[in-house]
Design a protein around this ligand. Structure first.
Ligand code: MN
Ligand code: MN
Length: 322
């Protein structure tokens, strides 16, 4: 059974957990991308010689990746993190839109349809916030929740929520995406700080109570999760809460197939925040593209340094914006 508790949180461990979250995101992306858009049955067949389970960072997949290469989930997060760092820790919608647009101009190997549509809209209008749309309930905004969680660590929940939405609405303006993304951002923060297994689970349950689309149960396995937010997050929650290690949870979620690089990236960030860098198998960390691994670790620490939790208290350092 999964552990219901863990050693008492030690502030000195915070940087280790922050790096774990960011490296976990990249590891999950790299592992999941190999089986993105496959069904669980196809994965079992393709990896028959490995016991029917995909568990190594080997690249390939429909994107024909090199081993250790990551996709838009990690690269959009890094672009967002750079924009936040350039704004001294604030999540500024226009800065985010420009960073995403620059990333799209560099011709990324993969890009979501909703992301592309709204970045083209931004190019035409110059307005960073997309209009609300029922078609924006893809997982493309929640997959980049981590830089917001790190930069706004220690801020009040309403501020964290506003910061998540400021970056999310550049590409996805949808109430269901907002609710899932805010929930995930707060869960990431609790996993980094003093949250317990129980408080994390409470968040996931409360989301399902507020939005029936997110309903999930431990026993009713979500297989082949699509890029719809309400397919992605329940699969992530089931896998995360069903295991007591980073590796077991990540292997579980990516072997469900579907949007496996994104379920992998989201679960990797959450589990990395919870288990820390040391909880990620060393052979997976070593398999990552070294430049990506270095950027993830460096950015995690830099964002943390700008977070309210790291800033000295006092009116002169109070921030009135998010
Ligand atoms: Mn991707
Ligand atoms: Mn994906």
């Amino acid at each position: 059974m999964p552990s219901a508790s863990r050693p008492k949180p030690d502030p000195a461990c915070l940087a280790e957990r922050a790096r774990g979250a960011y490296l976990g995101l990249a590891v999950g992306d790299a592992l999941g991308a190999t089986v993105e858009f496959l069904t669980p049955r196809e994965i079992q067949h393709q990896f028959a010689r490995q016991g029917g389970v995909h568990r190594d960072i080997v690249g390939a997949g429909w994107l024909r990746l090199k081993p250790g290469q990551v996709t838009d989930d990690t690269h959009m997060s890094l672009a967002l993190g750079e924009a936040i760092l350039a704004c001294a820790g604030r999540v500024d919608a226009l800065a985010c839109a420009r960073a995403f647009d620059a990333w799209m101009r560099a011709k990324p190997i993969d890009i979501g349809n909703t992301v592309r549509r709204n970045l083209v809209r931004f190019r035409r209008s110059g307005i960073p916030e997309a209009p609300p749309s029922p078609h924006d309930a893809g997982n493309g905004a929640i997959m980049r929740a981590l830089p917001v969680a790190l930069a706004r660590l220690g801020a009040p929940a309403e501020e964290v929520a506003a910061a998540f939405c400021a970056q999310a609405h550049v590409t996805h303006h949808n109430a269901l995406s907002d609710a899932g993304g805010i929930c995930l951002t707060l869960m990431l923060q609790e996993a980094l700080l003093h949250g317990t297994w129980k408080t994390l689970k409470h968040h996931a349950r409360a989301l399902a109570q507020a939005h029936a689309e997110y309903a999930w149960e431990d026993g009713r396995r979500v297989d082949n999760p699509s890029g719809y937010v309400a397919h992605t997050l329940p699969a992530v929650f089931q896998a995360f809460f069903a295991h007591d290690s980073f590796a077991a949870a990540l292997i579980d979620v990516v072997n469900r197939g579907g949007d496996a690089d994104t379920t992998g990236a989201i679960l990797g960030a959450l589990a990395g925040a919870w288990y820390g860098e040391g909880g990620i198998p060393a052979h997976w960390r070593a398999a990552l593209d070294p430049d990506v691994a270095r950027r993830c670790a460096t950015q995690a620490e830099a964002l943390l340094r700008l977070a309210p939790i790291s800033a000295p208290a006092g009116p002169e350092t109070a921030r009135e914006t998010w």
